[in-house]
Design a protein around this ligand. Structure first.
Ligand SMILES: Nc1nc2c(c(=O)[nH]1)N[C@H]1C(S)=C(S)[C@@H](COP(=O)(O)OP(=O)(O)OC[C@H]3O[C@@H](n4cnc5c(N)ncnc54)[C@H](O)[C@@H]3O)O[C@H]1N2
Ligand code: MOO
Length: 394
C-alpha cells in the first residue's frame, strides 16, 4: 500500500493542479463571496476635491481668531461655485467641497453666527486643514485597490463602487456535481427498508458549499454498481465532481475502479488524516474529481480541508485554505498516530474540549462541535492548558 499523504502535501498538490474557471464581468451587487479575477485599479480619485468632514464654516486658518463674513453656502452635491477671500467664510456641510481659498473648517459647535457675521465661540480648529478631507485622502486614480485572487468582501464592493466601477472581473460560478453512492442510502424522509439509512452527504456538502460561488448539479444517490457509476462519470459535465462513499477498500467500494474505467487519472488516494483517510483526488477530462469517504463526519472534514478550498481556488481565490488559530486545551489529549487527527470539539470558556468518542459516523457529535482540534500526525500527549490548533466550524 502506498504511504499516506500528509494533509498539507495533499492540499498543495490539489491546489497546484487546479486552474481557475473562466472569467466574467459581474455587476457589483452580485460579486459578494467571489474573488477578483484581475487587479482592480481606481478609475477616479477619492475624494476628488478637498471636502469638509464636519458641519461648520470653511475659513482660512490665517484669519483666526476671526471674525468673518459668511458669503454663501457649500453643501454635499452643491458646491458654492466660487472662492473666499481674507475675512470671508462659507457655511459648509459634511461632504461638501471646500471653496478655493479656504483651508480649514470651523465646526459649528465652536462658532457663533449672527446674520452674515461669524465669530469664534470656542477653541477653534487646532491646525490648518482641521476637519478637511484632502483630495485623494482615500486613494488616487490608478491606485491598485484589489489584487487578483483577493476575496470580494463587502468593504471591497463598496470600495470598487466609490472607485468608479459598476462591475468587477470575477470567475464564473464553479459547476460542482455531487453524487452519493451506497445501496443502503435512501433520500431523507423516504420510507426505509431493512438495512437502509437516510442519505445525508449531498445535503451536508451542499450546505457546506452554500457560501461559495457554485452551481450545484445533483447526480443523486447511485447504487454500489460499477457500471452505473461509470456511466454517470462518462456523462459528466462539470468543473468538479464530488462523490461520497465507496472510497475505501471493500468489495463494494467501486468509485475508484469506475472512475478509472471512465478514463479518470487518479492523482492521490489516502491521506494521513483521521477522519477522512480514503479520500481520492484526480481528474476526469476537464473536471477535477474528489472522492470523499462515505462516513458523514469524514465527508465533512474532507470537504472542509479539500472540497471548499478547491472550489475557492477554481473560483479564483489566491489563498483558499481555511485558517486555524491557537487556544488552550480544556483537557489532556493522547498522542496521535500516523494520521493527523481532526477532533470534534467544543470551546468552553475559551478552552477546547474534544468529544469523548470520535467515531466518524457520529453526526450528533459533529453537530455539537464548534471546532475541530487539529492534532498533527505523530504529536505527543498534550496536557490541559497546552496550546492546540483549532479550526472553527460553527
Ligand atoms: N478494511 C478497511 N476498511 C475500511 C478502511 C480501511 O482502510 N480498511 N477505511 C475506513 C475508513 S477510515 C473510512 S472513512 C471508511 C470509508 O469508506 P467508504 O468511503 O468506502 O464509505 P462507505 O463504505 O461507502 O460508507 C461508510 C459508512 O458511511 C455511511 N454512508 C456512506 N455514504 C453515506 C451517505 N451519503 N449518507 C449517509 N451515510 C453514508 C455508510 O452507510 C457506511 O456506514 O471505510 C473504512 N473501512
Ligand atoms: O478516516 Mo475514516 O474517515 O476514520 O473514518
Amino acid at each position: 500500500m502506498s504511504a499516506l499523504l500528509p494533509v498539507a502535501e495533499a492540499q498543495r498538490r490539489l491546489l497546484a493542479r487546479a486552474m481557475p474557471v473562466a472569467e466574467e464581468t459581474c455587476p457589483l451587487a452580485e460579486t459578494a463571496g467571489r474573488w477578483a479575477a484581475r487587479d482592480v485599479a481606481a478609475l477616479r480619485t477619492q475624494p476628488a476635491s478637498d471636502l469638509s468632514s464636519m458641519d461648520g464654516y470653511a475659513i482660512r486658518f490665517a484669519d483666526l481668531p476671526g471674525p468673518w463674513e459668511v458669503i454663501g453656502e457649500s453643501a454635499a452635491g452643491h458646491g458654492f461655485g466660487g472662492g473666499i477671500g481674507p475675512g470671508q467664510a462659507l457655511r459648509i456641510f459634511t461632504g461638501a467641497p471646500l471653496p478655493p481659498g479656504a483651508d480649514t473648517v470651523l465646526v459649528q459647535e465652536e462658532a457663533a453666527r449672527d446674520g452674515s457675521r461669524l465669530a469664534l465661540a470656542g477653541e477653534g480648529p487646532p491646525h490648518p486643514g482641521s476637519s478637511v478631507r484632502p483630495r485623494g485622502l482615500d486613494f488616487a486614480q490608478d491606485d491598485l485597490l484589489i489584487r487578483a485572487g483577493e476575496a470580494i468582501t463587502p468593504a471591497r464592493i463598496a470600495l470598487a463602487a466609490i472607485a468608479g466601477h459598476a462591475a468587477l472581473p470575477v470567475r464564473r460560478k464553479v459547476r460542482v456535481a455531487l453524487l452519493s453512492t451506497g445501496d443502503e442510502l435512501v433520500p431523507p424522509g423516504a420510507p426505509l427498508g431493512p438495512d437502509q439509512i437516510p442519505e445525508t452527504n449531498r445535503l451536508l456538502l451542499a450546505a457546506q458549499l452554500a457560501g461559495l460561488p457554485v452551481e450545484l448539479i445533483d447526480l443523486g444517490i447511485l447504487p454500489d454498481r460499477q457500471d452505473v457509476l461509470e456511466a454517470a462519470f462518462r456523462a459528466l459535465d462539470c468543473d468538479l465532481l464530488v462523490t461520497t462513499g465507496g472510497a475505501s477498500v471493500g468489495d463494494h467500494d467501486l468509485v475508484r475502479p469506475a472512475l478509472e474505467a471512465a478514463g479518470a487519472a487518479i492523482d492521490f488516494w489516502k491521506i494521513a488524516l483521521r477522519p477522512g483517510k480514503p479520500m481520492m483526488a484526480g481528474r476526469l477530462g476537464d473536471a477535477a474529481v474528489l472522492g470523499l469517504p462515505g462516513n458523514p463526519v469524514s465527508a465533512f472534514v474532507t470537504a472542509t480541508l479539500f472540497v471548499r478550498p478547491l472550489v475557492a481556488r477554481l473560483a479564483g481565490a489566491a489563498d483558499p485554505l481555511p485558517r486555524t488559530r491557537t487556544v488552550p486545551l480544556g483537557e489532556p489529549l493522547p498522542a496521535t498516530g500516523p494520521r493527523a487527527d481532526y477532533l470534534r470539539a467544543e470551546l468552553i470558556d475559551g478552552h477546547a474540549r474534544a468529544a469523548t468518542i470520535q467515531d466518524s459516523s457520529m453526526l450528533r457529535t459533529l453537530a455539537r462541535a464548534t471546532c475541530l482540534i487539529v492534532r498533527p500526525a505523530g504529536a505527543p500527549e498534550a496536557k490541559t492548558g497546552d496550546s492546540a490548533e483549532i479550526l472553527d466550524i460553527a
